[in-house]
Design a protein around this ligand. Structure first.
Ligand code: APR
Ligand code: ZN
Length: 375
């Protein structure tokens, strides 16, 4: 009965940066050609949402509906949509997969560029928006805007998943978990028997630990200044944990000492340019690979001694764990259903949409791994 009509529903609107989100009644227009309207069932709250809300994100347009770690059901589809039908269970994807652009045609990257320019401006691919509130247009975010009971996304920014999968869990496959897990498996290509170290034991770092374990690493060293993170890290597969504050020497020196020359693979999951340098320096001469996953603040630059690269270390990075989104996310859902991938363990808090601001508080206090908002 809602098909083809404007839907009025609740959404958390960010009217301006640095202010709490406001729960508003918004109007959501029907999907246009090659778009899908989704009834959002649950959404995770991620650092990237907080980063944008902090005003640090130069691209953000306001007012905006944030959220990019959601899952829901297809409510209706626009003209020309062939891959989805009403009732499908879906996960919106902030990196789409159009299968046609230069990036999609390359096996070396997952960074589909098809809708990049409009998505960055908070617009649908045709350059317009589907949200309005109090007579004002409201911008989209990361092509997903999951902090709304209903949202509209491009049909290339969406994948269909197993209907048996709990949406309040698999929503986390929209961002944080694939980002870390894929960084270990796809980007670093962690090898069996290798030694790994992971800086930052939040959700992203734990997903890296899980990936290193899945790849058969024999030693996985967790690095965090908050020792409360160590117990969970060990449950995820860390074989030992170190606190940089416990040593007089830089942590990279300590790690080089305890690993007989450095790690085969290191990962930075904090977003701090200093720890990025430590992680590179802690790599083994000749073959060590360091992967940057954390997102650094605006204008920050990394530095390291070039000699570290000359002598055979590699510095790299990925977004969304290098996973081609439409192809991979349904498979990750299947691995979760087969109990080969942890998701439940990442959910530390759940809340209704009206309490979404609490999720940001828990994140800033460092008390949550992931908060999931249930609609
Ligand atoms: N040295 C070691 N650990 C640190 C340091 C430091 N200098 N600074 C912070 N940490 C630890 C924190 O104690 C925390 O446990 O890093 C961890 C970061 O975890 P979260 O804040 O929970 O972040 P997470 O959601 O895992 O995301 C990590 O990835 O997506 C990006 O923007 C995101 O940059 C962020 C990163
Ligand atoms: Zn593409």
């Amino acid at each position: 009965e809602t098909v083809g009509k404007v839907i009025t529903c609740s959404a958390a609107v960010a009217w301006e940066p640095k202010k709490p989100l406001v729960i508003e009644q918004v109007e959501v227009a029907p999907p246009k050609a090659h778009e899908v309207r989704i009834k959002v069932f649950a959404t995770g709250v991620c650092h990237t949402d907080a980063f944008t809300l902090s005003g640090e994100d130069p691209e953000a347009a306001y007012p905006v509906i944030l959220g990019h770690e959601g899952a829901g059901l297809v409510e209706s589809v626009g003209e020309g949509v062939t891959n989805f039908e009403i009732g499908d269970h879906v996960i919106p994807l902030y990196i789409p997969q159009c299968r046609a652009c230069k990036f999609c045609q390359s096996s070396k990257t997952n960074l589909c560029q098809k809708v990049r320019s409009t998505q960055g401006k908070g617009l649908m691919p045709d350059g317009t928006v589907r949200f309005s509130c109090k007579g004002k247009e409201v911008f989209h975010y990361m092509g997903t805007s999951t902090f709304s009971e209903y949202t509209v996304v491009a049909d290339i920014s969406l994948c269909k998943v197993d209907k048996a999968a709990p949406l309040d869990k698999v929503c986390l496959l929209g961002c944080g978990i694939p980002t870390g897990y894929g960084a270990a498996l796809n980007t670093a290509k962690v090898e069996k028997g290798s030694t790994c170290a992971v800086w930052g034991l939040g959700a992203v770092g734990l997903a890296v630990v899980m990936g290193c374990k899945a790849a058969g690493a024999s030693r996985i060293i967790g690095v965090d200044i908050n020792t409360k993170k160590f117990e969970t890290a060990k449950e995820f597969g860390a074989t030992e944990c170190v606190n940089p504050l416990d040593f007089k020497v830089p942590i990279e020196d300590k790690i080089i000492e305890i690993t007989d020359g450095g790690c085969d693979f290191t990962f930075e999951c904090i977003g701090n340019v200093k720890t990025m340098k430590s992680a590179l320096h802690a790599c083994h001469k000749g073959w060590g690979v360091s992967v940057i996953i954390g997102v650094a603040g605006r204008g920050q630059e990394i530095s390291a001694r070039p000699f570290y690269l000359v002598t055979g270390r590699t510095w790299k990075g990925t977004a969304f764990g290098g996973f081609k989104s439409v192809d991979s996310v349904p498979k990750l859902v299947d691995s979760y259903m087969a109990k080969n991938l942890k998701i439940d363990e990442f959910v530390t808090h759940t809340m209704p949409l009206c309490d979404v601001n609490k999720a940001f508080d828990y994140m800033h206090e460092g008390t949550s791994l992931r908060s999931v908002v249930m609609f």
